[in-house]
Design a protein around this ligand. Structure first.
Ligand SMILES: [Zn+2]
Length: 377
């Protein structure tokens, strides 16, 4: 069905419109994923419902882009306001699908479709990372598998007609992506240091089996402790640990020891601890293991060159974004936010590579090649 003749039977911009509309429908589904994946809920069941009153949205009211405007951003049942984010994600996905078609549709409709889905994954990962500081495995590990399989179906994804060559490129991309970012995380050269995380006064924080549950987010232990020496420290108003309770104590948690005041415990023997505090000092760096897997997925689609570009370009974008954020907070006399999400910058860099990578590389090589010498591409 991806024979160019089949697609050329209809005017090019008919398909442009189809991609835009299809993108808005996928965007509507992304909204469901963005809301449910980080909460560990199923993305297929139950069907879309109002997050406030649980009202199941009937199909005739669930039209991407149109519904939100028609209902003026309110639930048809309880009139609770629905975030404009839903509409923005639908529009952004529609525009990304359109852009992917305009970029690749002339040559291969299949490639345009794969680019569309890849960009949708980047968008979902960015929004989830921005809100929850995690990128779900469904997107990262799922993306690695999808990218590898799609490379076999559409070797053109790696600019080659040969399936083995495309699989090699995809595999190298996965290795380069996970390896490079893992090394970067371990070396921890990007944003070293401890991050103080301020919470509303007297917040309840729960230390569960897999992570720390803050009022507005859950942080996995794998994203807190990279080295045996990493420690999470804070002063607790109260601590509830099994049968014991403490008041006004210092708490320190490392991968090997939990100290509550003078007492020491083995963290692996503790399954549940509740504390009340108003700040945590978390030894957190800009990138987490979620970013390692995320870059692996990008490599599966874009190969190692795309990974290398995304790593360098995202560092520039991150520095720029971090600087602007700091300036914004300084101007408004607010304390700067201490947590940095790196995923959206990686996603932006990967999208830039997809659309303009070759042109940017040509420009760079011309800039770097002395006059009179033949460029080495
Ligand atoms: Zn409602």
């Amino acid at each position: 069905m991806f024979e160019p003749e089949v697609w050329r039977a209809v005017p090019f911009h008919f398909w442009s419109a189809v991609f835009f509309v299809f993108g808005s429908i996928v965007g509507s589904f992304l909204n469901v994923c963005i809301h449910r994946l980080p909460r560990g809920e199923s993305v297929v069941h139950p069907p879309s419902h109002c997050p406030h009153c649980g009202y199941a949205i009937p199909w005739y009211l669930n039209i991407p882009l149109v519904t939100w405007v028609w209902l003026r951003g309110r639930c048809a049942h309880c009139s609770a306001s629905i975030s404009i984010r839903y509409w923005v994600v639908e529009l952004a996905t529609a525009l990304l699908f359109l852009a992917a078609w305009l970029k690749a549709g002339e040559g291969s409709a299949g490639l345009a479709l794969v680019y569309s889905l890849f960009l949708a994954g980047l968008l979902a990962a960015s929004v989830i990372d921005y809100e929850h500081f995690i990128i779900p495995d469904e997107i990262t590990l799922g993306g690695m598998v999808a990218g590898f399989l799609l490379s076999a179906m559409l070797p053109g994804l790696h600019q080659t007609p040969s399936i083995p060559e495309a699989l090699k490129q995809s595999g190298l991309g996965i290795l380069a992506g996970t390896g490079l970012i893992y090394a970067t995380v371990r070396i921890g050269k990007w944003f070293l240091g401890k991050k103080r995380h301020d919470l509303p006064p007297d917040s309840k924080v729960i230390f569960g089996e897999n992570g720390v549950q803050l009022p507005d987010e859950t942080i996995a232990y794998e994203d807190i402790f990279y080295r045996p020496s990493d420690a999470l420290e804070f002063h607790a108003r109260s601590v509830l640990l099994g049968e014991q309770s403490f008041e006004n104590v210092a708490v320190r948690l490392t991968p090997s020891v939990l100290e509550v005041g003078e007492q020491k415990y083995n963290p692996s023997e503790i399954t549940h601890m509740e504390v009340v505090t108003d700040s945590l000092i978390i030894p957190r760096e800009a990138m987490g293991l979620g970013d390692v897997k995320f870059m692996g997925a990008i490599g599966a689609f874009l190969g190692w060159q795309g990974v290398l570009f995304s790593l360098i370009c995202s560092a520039f974008l991150g520095a720029l974004g971090g600087g602007l954020t700091m300036l914004y907070h300084r101007l408004r006399h607010q304390p700067a936010s201490t947590l940095i999400q790196y995923g959206p910058y990686i996603a932006m860099a990967a999208a830039i590579w997809l659309f303009w990578g070759p042109e940017l590389m040509d420009w760079w090589f011309r800039l770097m090649t002395p006059r009179g010498l033949a460029p080495f591409r």
